[in-house]
Design a binder for this molecule. Structure first.
Ligand SMILES: [Zn+2]
Length: 43
């Protein structure tokens, strides 16, 4: 989904601006879409 508000990606620590594609990770925290996909292969 697209961010409706400004927040911080807890995966990379960068800012998420409204309109960016974001996802919730397994901890229910917002991360960039690409950050969530990057972490899926990790143990
Ligand atoms: Zn990120």
């Amino acid at each position: 989904m697209k961010a409706k508000f400004a927040t911080v990606c807890i995966s990379c620590g960068d800012k998420i601006r409204p309109g960016k594609e974001i996802l919730k990770n397994r901890d229910e925290k917002w991360v960039h879409k690409h950050c969530a996909e990057d972490s899926e292969g990790l143990p």
